[in-house]
Design a protein around this ligand. Structure first.
Ligand code: AMP
Length: 212
């Protein structure tokens, strides 16, 4: 069984997804991380993606779906996958559903519910490690990463203008795709406003019956 992790930016999907992947021994696929890796390459495609990400817009579907297809073609056999960051809009949902069906994969979605106000607050205050990319919330007050010692920086797309664009894209484009999974009976909900440990516990309660 694969799991599509949903949540407004800042809802903690990356943090929780990585914990869950270890707990359930699953594979993890983060679209944003893959795109940021491509964006760091000194190529025409890399520069194009970098500009799109920094402006807070969505990367073209064909680029995103090609990355997903490559990943699925090389995914380890017999292991479930956590998908973080996809689909982001209705046509992507349709492409992803078709691709997962083609590969004979079963899946469900889980959303970390969080208000736009709380998301905005978390995004403007979070920092990431410039080395290992670990994400740190506002309350972490040191300047270096506790995992690798790297310097903590603000993500280049966590600027006021890009945040505004990304939150609007979430409500206008991503929410309709998520609601479609709800209509199809494929969506589970978890309260994303609680602290990291509480959200982790709640996620396990919801996921244990299908993954445990
Ligand atoms: P994230 O780390 O999930 O917040 O993604 C960072 C950025 O990567 C987004 O603001 C988009 O520019 C791009 N991105 C991530 N996932 C997708 C996707 N599924 N479709 C299009 N663009 C994406």
């Amino acid at each position: 069984m694969d799991i599509l992790l949903f949540g407004i930016q800042g809802s903690g999907k990356g943090t929780q997804g990585k914990k869950l992947k270890d707990h359930y021994g699953m594979t993890y696929f983060e679209t944003g991380g893959e795109l940021r890796r491509l964006a760091s390459e000194d190529s025409e495609l890399g520069h194009k993606i970098k500009n799109i990400i920094e402006a807070g817009h969505l990367v073209d579907n064909d680029v995103v779906m090609e990355i997903v297809e490559n990943f699925l073609n090389n995914a380890p056999e017999g292991k479930g996958i956590f998908f973080d960051g996809i689909p982001r809009k209705m046509d992507q949902k349709e492409s992803l559903d078709a691709l997962l069906n083609k590969h004979g994969r079963e899946y469900k979605g889980v959303i970390l519910d969080l208000s736009e106000e709380d998301a905005l607050d978390r995004l403007t205050k979070r920092r990431i490690c410039s080395g290992c990319k670990e994400v740190y919330p506002a309350k972490y007050d040191k300047d270096s990463c506790e995992k690798c010692g790297g310097e903590l920086i603000t993500r280049t797309d966590d600027n006021a203008e890009s945040i505004k664009v990304r939150l609007k894209a979430f409500s206008d484009e991503t929410m309709p795709a998520i609601e479609k999974y709800e209509e199809e009976g494929k969506l589970l909900h978890v309260d994303g406003s609680k602290n990291i440990e509480e959200v982790d516990q709640e996620l396990r309660q919801v996921l244990d019956p299908i993954l445990g």
